[in-house]
Design a protein around this ligand. Sequence first.
Ligand SMILES: [Zn+2]
Length: 82
Amino acid sequence: MAFSQKVTCDVCGIERGPSNHWILYIIAPAGNIIFSAWDASYRITGHLCGSGCAAKLLSQKIEEWRYNNSAVSGIAAGSAGA
Ligand SMILES: [Zn+2]
């Protein structure tokens, strides 16, 4: 009964098996993402099945950062007028 909690990858949805090399992550309120090696004792909610899904999540976050930065720049440029 020590490890009965079902863990799934947040990107692809695969269920964690006993010999998988999984990764933990945290997304901070500011949108920063932090990856960590798997440790069952960590109280971290983000789970990834491996480097492939970690790369997908990181890529998605980078796109969000770019979008947010360009949105801010767009507002600033639009309000400047001509
Ligand atoms: Zn995955």
